[in-house]
Design a protein around this ligand. Structure first.
Ligand code: PLP
Length: 540
């Protein structure tokens, strides 16, 4: 996947259709696009490009015996460039590229420095300038570019680059604003983001924090969960869900999942609560005698759990419900948004989640004023009226201002991205459910909309899953298994004393489940490649 930074002379060749140079230049950029590379224009060269193109337009007119005034030439140049740059990426000029006056050719030096930001082989400078071609191995003429070995692009499991391409100007503006106002901790972006997120989910309070894991911590701490307390949860989730319970000295009590949704099974949940209340491990596996305190549901792969049933059970037994919406931000349950489906919702902005920042981040949602105030305090060392008034034991769990700035840019297109994920999932499902009997496609109950953090399928058996994963890998298509080991068989939870057959559905699911590339920008050729391979494997 070669990206090309277009030098001024190449841009002018293309825009003024300068013969004989335009031919090879056009061929090179179309090759780059075929190989899924991107075309970049250096923002630091804008004025040069504008003037050089205008001069070239004047020269061409003169050659054909006409004259073109400077004003008209500059107007024409702007118009052409506006169109030309529409489908190109802007490469920002950074401070490091301003300090170039020690060089005999500051403009070349700028470009060379800009290229420094890219890893080996990711970006070439396309130019006809002999001096530049000699100065750096990263510079190539159109002819050299066309003569090199082309390599086809691998499919991304999660394509964060395409998203960045769509958002680059807003992302860079927001990051720079934060750099310049300098309020790196709890800057104005935090409040703005919290308002934005609360409005998006339709909830009263949003408290951003440093990760999805810390969101769970803050929530459990707000409920004073500790030793002797049982918190019911699924064994088929990322470890953070149950880790937070254990870390606070409480005990995760696992409850098996529904084989179709992979989410906690309300019938099993009720059995588990009954077993605990009557201290009767013959009806449900239990780690020890404990007092039931609450439930953490997980909206696995982006699909909300069965909240009507779960909330009703919780009310009956006086338990709290925490929604682990780390994978489901943007999902819907009968018209309500994930994050608001239980007493408190937790989400994560880990980069690979549906809404991710460029580091760790998370948020908590609740409509309960007291819980919200408590969690705001816990987030900052248990603060009272100020930071040096400490009224409880808390955490340092704030979201960075810079991450909030990034999330604000991403929120601009998030609703559209959720929609695009639906479309990708629908295409997978349409094609796979008609062509395949050995794979079961995701089940989405009536009235629910998944955020499609993952598109996960069940293979008929373990051997088929292995064959599929191997063949896809050979074709440059990554897959993943979430989760190869349910939590009740993880060494970290061996102290709970579960046996591997305690939760048969979770165990069986872990043997045959796998996930395909899923993100809003899956392209047709990628989808085709995946489906072609899957078809082939089944025929073998
Ligand atoms: C990712 C994830 C978490 C943890 O989020 P982090 O931001 O990585 O701490 C918790 N629960 C589930 C279900 C997750 O997928």
């Amino acid at each position: 996947m070669p990206d090309l930074l277009l030098d001024v002379n190449i841009i002018v060749d293309l825009c003024a259709e300068r013969v004989p140079y335009v031919g090879p230049a056009l061929e090179a950029i179309s090759r780059c696009q075929q190989e899924q590379g991107r075309l970049w224009v250096y923002a630091g060269s804008v004025q040069t490009i504008h003037w050089v193109l205008a001069a070239e337009l004047r020269r061409q007119e003169e050659q054909s015996g006409r004259t073109l005034g400077w004003t008209s030439a500059l107007d024409a140049s702007r118009k052409i460039l506006r169109e030309f740059t529409e489908d190109k990426q802007w490469l920002a000029a950074l401070a490091y590229e301003g300090d170039v006056f020690q060089s005999s050719d500051p403009e070349d030096e700028q470009l060379i420095r800009a290229l420094d930001r890219f890893g080996d082989g990711e970006m070439f400078l396309l130019t006809r300038d002999q001096a530049l071609l000699e100065k750096t191995a990263r510079a190539m003429s159109p002819e050299q570019f066309l003569a090199r070995d082309s390599n086809s692009r691998n499919v991304d499991f999660i394509d964060l680059k395409s998203q960045q391409d769509k958002l680059r100007p807003a992302l860079e503006r927001n990051i720079h604003r934060a750099l310049h106002h300098g309020r790196y901790i709890m800057g104005p972006e935090i409040r703005e983001l919290e308002e934005r997120l609360a409005a998006f989910v339709g909830g009263k309070h949003c408290i951003t924090c440093s990760s999805g894991t810390d969101a769970l911590f803050m929530t459990l701490m707000a409920y004073d969960v500790g030793p002797g307390d049982a918190v019911f949860t699924t064994p088929f989730t990322f470890i953070a869900t149950a880790e937070a319970i254990s870390f606070l000295g409480a005990t995760p009590v696992f409850v098996d999942i529904d084989p179709r949704t992979f989410n906690i099974d309300p019938n099993q949940l009720e059995l588990g609560i009954e077993a605990l209340m009557s201290n009767n491990p013959s009806i449900h596996p239990l780690p020890s005698a404990l007092s039931p305190k609450g439930i953490i549901t997980v909206d696995l792969f982006g699909l909300p759990a069965d909240y009507d049933s779960i909330n009703a059970i919780a009310r009956e037994y006086g338990l709290f419900v925490i929604e682990d919406a780390a994978q489901s931000f943007g999902a819907e349950y009968h018209g309500k948004k994930a994050g608001t489906l239980a007493d408190i919702g937790c989400t994560s902005f880990f980069p690979a989640k549906p809404l991710g920042c460029y580091g760790d981040g998370g948020a908590v949602f609740t409509d309960d004023d007291d819980l919200a105030e408590k969690m705001r305090s816990i987030r900052v060392h248990g603060k009272g009226s100020d930071k040096y008034d400490n009224i409880r034991i808390g955490l340092n769990a704030r979201l960075d201002t810079l991450q909030a700035a990034i999330l604000l840019a991403k929120m601009e297109i998030y609703p559209r991205e959720v929609q695009l994920r639906q479309e990708v999932a629908e295409r997978y499902t349409d094609l796979l459910s008609t062509q395949s009997s050995a794979l079961s496609t995701p089940f989405i109950p009536e009235g629910m909309k998944s955020a499609w953090a993952q598109y996960s399928l069940l293979a008929r058996d373990e051997a088929l899953r292995q064959r599929i994963q191997e063949r896809l890998k050979e074709a440059g298509i990554p897959t993943a298994v979430y989760y190869p080991k349910p939590l009740h068989v993880q060494p970290a939870f061996s102290y709970l004393g579960y046996s591997q057959d305690d939760f048969p559905v979770a165990l069986e699911t872990s043997k045959t489940i796998f996930s395909l590339p899923m993100h809003p920008y899956v392209k047709d050729w990628e989808l085709d490649r995946v489906l072609t391979i899957l078809k082939e494997v089944e025929r073998i």
